[in-house]
Design a protein around this ligand. Structure first.
Ligand code: PMV
Length: 325
């Protein structure tokens, strides 16, 4: 065992949330902001994890705390047996739909695997991070852990291997919080109720989203940010039609477009949570973030780097996720 570190990205869903629950592909990207972890061999026989962001420190034997059980499950998946101390932190808002827990899980997994085995493959990292995520989220889709591990852009479809996409040109984003917490479970249930009452209308929205996702993939691969922005705007309209938007989200989308964004939409569950705006440079993303701050919405800018390699299929099948209730 040796001292080692691990890093991981947060994520935003660019297109396809909710429809993905019903088998439509979604596209998500890893963002620069994320989590880091450092592991050192223990000297006292214990296996402990400190997450400074959450102000928590746990021992892997403590079965009463989710964080401890998640750490224990990760250590089992990593086949890590000796005493170890890991310290982790994240620069993502928890509960904002930006994949904070998965980023922490991936950073911790990398630090532990590197410490114990001297290396961490993406597949091993994903296996450990999913063991961690299952403790927090029961049956996670895996999109957060995939983005946290792989960065770049991923195409995600239930029951299919995760595919990384070529990102021809870097993507610059402003991300802002609507100030209202969003509950993934209740928003997924709300869509399910609408689908029961008006199946044809909801299916039409999903078909529309599927077409947008297909075109968004081509736009990302071609480095065509302007088209990608328009597709995101159209996805926002369809999500609003499913009653997933709010007054604050609409206000933020409007502010972003007025400030020069190429496109803006809610990301993740909706009903609150975060808005993502695609911009053509870091400087223009700053202008959007500033407009949001001026209106009282917390925000930051981030980017997804260009990724020329790929597409690559990762042998990890996305089987979980919010199931159709
Ligand atoms: O914001 P998040 O990470 O909770 O994403 C929710 C995405 C949904 O499509 C609404 C649900 C899911 O499991 O895919």
């Amino acid at each position: 065992m040796k001292n080692s570190v691990g890093r991981a990205s947060g994520k935003v869903i660019l297109l396809g949330e909710h429809a993905v629950v019903y088998g439509v592909p979604a596209i998500a990207v890893g963002i620069e902001r994320g989590a880091t972890a450092a592991a050192v061999p223990g000297t006292d026989g214990t296996r402990r994890l400190r997450v400074t962001t959450w102000g928590a420190e746990v021992d892997a034997t403590d079965e009463t705390r989710d964080l401890a059980r998640a750490f224990a499950a990760l250590l089992v998946a990593a086949r890590a047996e000796g005493s170890i101390f890991v310290e982790a932190e994240a620069d993502l808002p928890p509960g904002g739909g930006l994949g904070c827990s998965a980023a922490l899980g991936v950073a911790v997994a990398r630090a532990v695997l590197n410490s114990v085995h001297g290396a961490a493959t993406d597949e091993q990292t994903l296996e450990c991070a999913m063991a961690w995520e299952r403790v927090f989220h029961g049956n996670p889709s895996g999109v957060d852990a995939a983005c946290a591990t792989l960065g770049g852009s991923v195409r995600f479809e239930k029951g299919q291997p995760i595919e990384t996409l070529v990102v021809r040109a870097p993507l610059h984003f402003a991300i802002g919080h609507s100030g209202i917490a969003s509950s993934t479970r209740s928003m997924v249930e709300s869509v399910a109720r609408q689908k029961e009452r008006r199946p044809e209308i909801v299916q039409k929205a999903f078909d529309g989203i599927a077409a947008l996702v297909k075109n968004a993939r081509l736009a990302i691969e071609a480095g065509d940010r302007a088209s990608l922005g328009k597709l995101m705007d159209m996805n926002q309209m369809l999500l609003a039609g499913l009653m997933l938007s709010t007054e604050e989200i609409e206000k933020m989308c409007g502010l972003a477009r007025d400030a020069g964004a190429l496109g803006a939409k809610l990301t993740g569950a909706g009903g609150g949570g975060c808005v993502v705006a695609l911009c053509d440079s870091r400087a223009s993303a700053e202008v959007v973030a500033e407009a949001w701050r001026g209106a009282g919405f917390e925000s930051f800018v981030t980017e997804t780097r260009g990724q020329q390699a790929g597409p690559r299929v990762v042998r990890f099948v996305a089987s979980g996720g919010a199931s159709t209730p």
